[in-house]
Design a protein. Structure first.
Length: 118
Protein backbone atom coordinates (compact mmCIF):
# COMPACT_ATOMS: atom_id res chain seq x y z
CA UNK A 1 0.00 0.00 0.00
CA UNK A 2 2.86 2.24 -0.93
CA UNK A 3 0.70 5.00 -2.39
CA UNK A 4 -1.75 5.12 0.53
CA UNK A 5 -1.53 7.48 3.47
CA UNK A 6 -1.53 6.37 7.11
CA UNK A 7 -5.31 6.62 7.56
CA UNK A 8 -6.03 5.04 4.19
CA UNK A 9 -3.85 2.05 5.12
CA UNK A 10 -5.53 1.78 8.52
CA UNK A 11 -9.02 1.87 6.98
CA UNK A 12 -8.07 -0.75 4.38
CA UNK A 13 -6.63 -3.00 7.09
CA UNK A 14 -9.84 -2.66 9.10
CA UNK A 15 -12.02 -3.46 6.07
CA UNK A 16 -9.89 -6.50 5.20
CA UNK A 17 -10.12 -7.72 8.80
CA UNK A 18 -13.91 -7.31 8.90
CA UNK A 19 -16.20 -10.21 8.07
CA UNK A 20 -18.98 -7.99 6.77
CA UNK A 21 -19.34 -4.60 5.07
CA UNK A 22 -18.68 -1.71 7.47
CA UNK A 23 -19.95 1.80 7.96
CA UNK A 24 -17.60 4.60 8.97
CA UNK A 25 -19.08 4.30 12.46
CA UNK A 26 -18.22 0.58 12.57
CA UNK A 27 -14.61 1.41 11.73
CA UNK A 28 -14.17 4.27 14.23
CA UNK A 29 -13.36 2.23 17.36
CA UNK A 30 -10.36 0.56 15.71
CA UNK A 31 -8.91 3.73 14.19
CA UNK A 32 -6.96 6.67 15.55
CA UNK A 33 -4.89 9.52 14.19
CA UNK A 34 -1.11 9.15 14.07
CA UNK A 35 -0.85 10.88 17.45
CA UNK A 36 -3.33 8.42 18.96
CA UNK A 37 -6.26 10.83 19.28
CA UNK A 38 -9.70 9.59 18.24
CA UNK A 39 -10.99 10.37 14.76
CA UNK A 40 -14.23 12.05 13.77
CA UNK A 41 -16.69 10.06 11.67
CA UNK A 42 -16.42 12.73 8.98
CA UNK A 43 -12.68 12.06 8.72
CA UNK A 44 -13.29 8.35 8.18
CA UNK A 45 -15.99 9.15 5.61
CA UNK A 46 -13.52 11.38 3.74
CA UNK A 47 -10.93 8.59 3.74
CA UNK A 48 -13.53 6.08 2.50
CA UNK A 49 -14.52 8.49 -0.26
CA UNK A 50 -10.88 8.80 -1.37
CA UNK A 51 -10.46 5.03 -1.30
CA UNK A 52 -13.61 4.64 -3.38
CA UNK A 53 -12.25 7.10 -5.98
CA UNK A 54 -9.05 5.04 -6.09
CA UNK A 55 -11.14 1.92 -6.73
CA UNK A 56 -10.11 0.21 -3.51
CA UNK A 57 -13.51 0.17 -1.81
CA UNK A 58 -17.10 -0.14 -2.95
CA UNK A 59 -19.98 1.62 -1.19
CA UNK A 60 -23.44 0.15 -0.72
CA UNK A 61 -25.67 3.21 -0.68
CA UNK A 62 -28.94 1.30 -0.46
CA UNK A 63 -29.16 1.89 3.29
CA UNK A 64 -28.01 4.41 5.86
CA UNK A 65 -25.33 4.50 7.01
CA UNK A 66 -23.54 3.46 3.84
CA UNK A 67 -21.55 0.25 4.11
CA UNK A 68 -18.14 -0.23 2.54
CA UNK A 69 -16.20 -3.29 1.41
CA UNK A 70 -12.77 -3.71 -0.12
CA UNK A 71 -12.88 -4.39 -3.87
CA UNK A 72 -9.98 -6.86 -3.64
CA UNK A 73 -8.44 -9.05 -0.98
CA UNK A 74 -5.36 -7.97 0.92
CA UNK A 75 -3.31 -10.58 -0.98
CA UNK A 76 -4.65 -9.39 -4.35
CA UNK A 77 -3.81 -5.79 -3.53
CA UNK A 78 -0.31 -6.63 -2.36
CA UNK A 79 0.35 -8.75 -5.45
CA UNK A 80 -0.86 -5.88 -7.66
CA UNK A 81 1.57 -3.52 -5.93
CA UNK A 82 4.40 -5.98 -6.52
CA UNK A 83 3.48 -6.28 -10.22
CA UNK A 84 3.29 -2.50 -10.47
CA UNK A 85 6.76 -2.03 -9.00
CA UNK A 86 8.21 -4.79 -11.15
CA UNK A 87 6.55 -3.33 -14.24
CA UNK A 88 8.22 0.04 -13.58
CA UNK A 89 11.68 -1.52 -13.24
CA UNK A 90 14.18 -0.89 -16.02
CA UNK A 91 16.04 -4.10 -15.10
CA UNK A 92 13.49 -6.70 -14.02
CA UNK A 93 16.14 -9.39 -13.54
CA UNK A 94 18.09 -7.21 -11.11
CA UNK A 95 14.95 -6.36 -9.15
CA UNK A 96 13.88 -10.00 -8.95
CA UNK A 97 17.42 -11.07 -7.96
CA UNK A 98 17.47 -8.49 -5.15
CA UNK A 99 14.02 -9.55 -3.99
CA UNK A 100 14.78 -13.28 -4.01
CA UNK A 101 18.16 -12.66 -2.36
CA UNK A 102 16.44 -10.92 0.53
CA UNK A 103 13.74 -13.47 1.36
CA UNK A 104 14.02 -15.90 4.23
CA UNK A 105 14.78 -19.57 3.57
CA UNK A 106 11.16 -20.37 4.42
CA UNK A 107 9.85 -17.85 1.88
CA UNK A 108 12.37 -19.08 -0.71
CA UNK A 109 11.07 -22.64 -0.27
CA UNK A 110 7.50 -21.37 -0.62
CA UNK A 111 8.40 -19.50 -3.82
CA UNK A 112 10.05 -22.64 -5.22
CA UNK A 113 6.97 -24.68 -4.37
CA UNK A 114 4.65 -22.14 -5.97
CA UNK A 115 6.76 -21.93 -9.13
CA UNK A 116 7.00 -25.72 -9.38
CA UNK A 117 3.22 -25.95 -9.09
CA UNK A 118 2.58 -23.65 -12.06
Amino acid sequence: MANLGHLERAVMQALWDADTPCSAYDLLPGLSAEGGEPLAATTVLTVLSRLEKKGLVRADRSARPHRYTATATRADHTAELMHEVLGDAADREAVLARFVGGVSPTDAALLRSLLDGR
